[in-house]
Design a protein. Structure first.
Length: 245
């Protein structure tokens, strides 16, 4: 199955076992992926459903629905203070490969960037491509950028961590290890990482008040782009090794 090309579709495109393809999707399937009528591909709705489909020009015929098990056992949200430049593109791409469920870009006190609306579209496209590449059954949701304080107030996660580069906090791995036998498919983990200049002390205090536990990612100071990738790798490794044991 893995050699088949995958594209994301909207549920509204699906009617009576047929997918009504948009002109862009037709172009992509025909000109970019070089599919001919009768060739098969995988359609994914970004919500966990995959179908084996047969390309027929403007439409595609659904042949069967597929089961995939490429998702992490627990929903993980990364709350990431926007780094400068295009650094967030890498965060979105790599964290999608690693299995993130939600990415919440936030503007913190020391964030230098105010993102344009086009950025969100770009990140969504990057997430979609990375999800296809990594054979994920979900395309992660990328939330609209909001201020750090708004983001803190709206979260519902059962387990909350804020990565802080300085100070002697428990390692994230240790913190997750302690709860890894309690977490279930209904648990949600949220991990916050700061911008180049780090979190302000006030932000860390607000986060603690909102139930976040400060954690360390090791003894070295990681770049703002590296920190969420490392945090997610640690959590994914802990959770998946528990599941596979
Ligand atoms: N300039 C800041 C560091 C910012 S690093 C300073 O000198 O203190 C950017 C973000 O990555 C931090 O806010 C933190 O969330 C995360 N981070 C980087 N290294 C880390 C570490 N060793 N442990 C925990 N978090 C880290």
């Amino acid at each position: 199955m893995s050699q088949l090309q995958r594209i994301a579709i909207a549920l509204s495109q699906l009617q009576q076992e047929q997918i009504f393809l948009t002109p862009q999707q037709q172009h992509y399937l025909e000109r970019v992926l070089r599919l001919r009528k009768g060739d098969r591909f995988i359609a994914m709705d970004g919500q966990g459903k995959w179908w084996l489909a047969e390309f027929a020009g403007e439409k595609a015929q659904i042949l069967e629905s597929l089961t995939v098990q490429t998702e992490l056992p627990v929903s993980i949200t990364l709350m990431v203070a926007l780094p400068k430049g295009n650094g967030f593109d890498d965060v979105v791409r790599i964290c999608t490969e690693l299995g993130v469920a939600f990415i919440a870009p936030v503007m913190s006190d020391r964030t230098l960037l105010n993102p344009s609306p086009q950025k969100l579209e770009r990140w969504l496209r990057i997430a979609q491509e990375a999800a296809e590449q990594s054979e994920r059954s979900f395309v992660p949701t990328i939330l609209e950028p909001v201020s750090f304080s708004t983001s803190l107030a709206t979260g519902t996660a059962t387990h909350r961590y804020i990565c802080e580069a300085r100070g002697s906090y428990p390692h994230l791995r240790e913190a997750i290890n302690q709860v890894s036998t309690q977490v279930s498919t209904t648990s949600e983990i949220i991990i916050a990482t700061g911008p180049e200049g780090g979190w302000t002390q006030k932000e860390v205090e607000y986060a603690i008040d909102a139930g976040f536990q400060p954690v360390s990612l090791g003894r070295r100071i990681l770049r703002a782009v590296t920190a969420p990738i490392v945090a997610l790798s640690i959590v994914a490794a802990e959770l998946e090794s528990v599941t596979f044991n």
